[in-house]
Design a protein around this ligand. Structure first.
Ligand SMILES: [Zn+2]
Length: 220
């Protein structure tokens, strides 16, 4: 799309498509399209008056990709179409979609819309992309607030993994709260998970018969 001060938005004429993107963009963490920072790409002429005009730089919204990535994941190397129909028949629809409640009003609506549009176009079968949606709970800071850098209540997994080991941290995260409810983080609670992992380890290593398994390292 091209914007002219006099004629507003107009589509690029068909005989000038495709509009090719520049190779020399700079990827900076601005939150904006890198095309906006490119010195020349956005400058063009108005299809109506041929006067100076600018191109739309938000060329492909992130929701465009998140609406159908699950289809491409079925066959990422497939080059005869957006996805391999045989893989589609085997895997789709998605059994369970796990995601935050914050996606309910945008991404998830778009995904369903895409699916139904693709269905109407004869590209996919079935009415729904997913059979079930589950919203996971949130792990809050120890103060009961949402974790945020500005509040200084973020619990960094790397620190815990270094101290307790990845298995203990994973076990604790899996079991410390109801999956769909979430809860405030509890630094003391992880000791229980550590003890449990140690018990499992000891059970296995102490009861291992003589032989190869006996060469496994001891926990203590
Ligand atoms: Zn114009």
């Amino acid at each position: 799309m091209v914007n002219c001060e006099i004629h507003g938005w107009n589509p690029v004429p068909d005989d000038q498509l495709p509009v090719e993107l520049p190779e020399d963009v700079e990827w900076r963490p601005t939150g904006e399209s890198p095309l906006k920072l490119h010195p020349t790409w956005k400058n063009t002429t108005c299809p109506v008056c041929n006067g100076p005009a600018t191109r739309e730089t938000d060329t492909m919204d992130t929701f465009m990709c998140s609406s159908w990535y699950h289809l491409r994941y079925l066959s990422p190397k497939y080059d005869k179409g957006p996805f391999d129909p045989a893989e589609y028949d085997y895997w789709m629809p998605v059994d369970t979609y796990t995601g935050g409640i914050e996606h309910a009003t945008m991404h998830l609506l778009y995904t369903r819309f895409f699916h139904k549009a693709l269905r109407d176009a004869g590209i996919v079968k079935g009415n729904e992309p997913m059979m079930q949606l589950r919203n996971q709970g949130m792990v809050l800071g120890e103060d009961g607030d949402k974790m945020s850098k500005s509040k200084g209540n973020v619990i960094a997994p790397d620190v815990l993994v270094n101290k307790y080991g990845a298995d203990s941290v994973r076990a604790y995260i899996m079991f410390f709260a109801r999956w769909e409810m979430g809860a405030p983080w509890d630094s003391q609670g992880i000791e229980g998970a550590v003890r449990w992992v140690k018990r499992v380890w000891t059970l296995f290593t102490d009861s291992a018969a003589d032989g190869e398994t006996d060469k496994l390292p001891r926990t203590r």
